[in-house]
Design a protein around this ligand. Structure first.
Ligand SMILES: *Cc1c(COP(=O)(O)O)cnc(C)c1O
Ligand SMILES: [Zn+2]
Length: 410
């Protein structure tokens, strides 16, 4: 970590030395910090030839660009180095030059959140915490619980009473203390905050912790490396709090500063029309207003995003675009990804590819361009909506005659 210079506040620009710090002391909760690397020092130990020799295929491959010591790798779950598939059919149907699908549902607890949680538990362990905590209805919670369990840390997770059963089941299997709060998500968040302050647990809440973005940026480092350091013209990702898209940008930014890539891809930020605060604000931070949370893509149903500065910067600095897709297009894209590419995504995971389809139709993405769509979570996370997208199977009597008459094989 000798190559980390310090922090810079994304709001006021103040710089701080590198120590345990979550947000800017002057700006409070909104003053989300960037971690600043010395790219000269980093480049001496991390470059294309060191990577070519590295036999470790998980996020710790990029340890030189992560703000943790990260020792004792064998103790951790294997997070990252997920497949980047070249599209078989969808690319042709869309008539674009190249389409890649980065399947992050393959991570150990089934979502891209493992990249942040893996780094979070490493940091908590390094700082001597024995308990980690967060409030979440979904993937952040299950990934924190899983990664903590593997490292022998305790986890305390606050969920609203209505949290989906599949994700709660993951929490319980991983041995988390699950506090099911009688109230909505805001009540849950507030109780978790009060408890974390009182008991002094490591806080993995809502993506304001700068360490989370650093973990999530590994998805961009992988995309670049898997494409031999010539990333696609566009990278599409779905957006809730804005931490993931901020991480995607930071990963490409680091590689650009290290001169390992010669341009940062245009980033397509995709939301659902049922919850689209960033799209509504049209790239203007001052215009950001709380939005309704009316979408089946629960992982991106975030009416008040907690990481708006990094999210907006990702799109504006990369010359990208904001886009909202309908829930119907998301469901249709779940079918398309499954049938054409063999990739099973939860709704928020399919949203990025849905955004690509819409962007091609609207002429935002041009036929000669190359695109990567990140599938951020596995479809098994949300079986209810998968069945809504795909329909139910037909029943058949157990004989060949009935099978032929049933029409199932037609
Ligand atoms: C969390 C999540 C997102 C969005 O990430 P943010 O950091 O909240 O913007 C997208 N897809 C899935 C599957 C997620 O779990
Ligand atoms: Zn500040």
């Amino acid at each position: 970590m000798e190559n980390i210079i310090g922090y810079r506040c994304t709001l006021c620009g103040s710089e701080f030395e590198y120590k345990e710090l979550t947000t800017c002391p002057g700006c409070g909760e909104k003053g989300i910090l960037d971690i600043i690397f010395d790219y000269h020092k980093t480049g001496a130990v991390f470059n294309r030839s060191t990577l070519a020799r590295d036999r470790r295929f998980d996020i710790w491959r990029y340890k030189a660009l992560l703000p943790v010591k990260g020792e004792g790798f064998e103790k951790y779950l294997r997070v990252g180095w997920t497949p980047l598939y070249r599209s078989n059919s969808l690319e042709k149907e869309l008539g674009i030059k190249e389409l890649y699908i980065k399947d992050d549902g393959i991570n150990p607890t089934g979502s891209l959140k493992d990249r942040a949680s893996g780094v979070a538990v490493a940091k908590a362990f390094e700082l001597g915490y024995r308990t980690v905590a967060c409030s979440s209805t979904g993937n952040a919670a299950s990934s924190l619980a899983g990664n903590a369990a593997r490292l022998g840390l305790k986890s305390v997770i606050f969920v609203p009473q209505r949290a989906p059963e599949g994700k709660v089941a993951q929490l319980l299997i991983f041995g988390a203390k699950v506090v099911s709060v009688i109230g909505d998500y805001r009540d849950t968040f507030n109780l978790s905050k009060a408890a974390i302050d009182k008991y002094g647990w490591y806080n993995r809440n809502a993506g304001i912790n700068p360490v989370m973005v650093e973990g999530k940026k590994t998805v961009a480092l992988e995309i670049a490396e898997q494409l031999d350091f010539e990333p696609s013209d566009w990278v599409a990702v779905s957006v809730g709090d804005g931490c993931t898209i901020g991480g995607v940008y930071k990963g490409f930014y680091d590689l650009y500063k290290l001169r390992m890539i010669d341009r940062i891809p245009k980033i397509l930020g995709v939301q659902s029309t049922g919850c689209s605060p960033f799209v509504d604000a049209a790239g203007d931070l001052a215009a950001l207003k709380p939005a309704e949370e009316d979408t089946l893509a629960d992982s991106i149903a975030v009416g008040i995003p907690r990481n708006p500065v990094k999210a907006m910067r990702a799109v504006s600095e990369s010359g990208g675009k904001w886009l909202a897709v309908s829930d119907d297009l998301i469901l249709d894209t779940m079918r398309v990804l499954g049938r054409m590419e063999g990739v099973f995504s939860e709704p928020a995971g399919a949203a990025a590819a849905a955004g690509v389809r819409q962007a091609v139709e609207q002429g935002i993405i041009k036929p000669g361009e190359t695109v990567t769509a990140i599938s951020t979570g596995s479809g098994l996370k949300d079986v209810k909506n998968a069945l809504r997208a795909a329909g139910k199977p037909s029943l058949c009597e157990p004989n060949l005659d009935a099978l032929e008459k049933s029409g199932i094989l037609l």
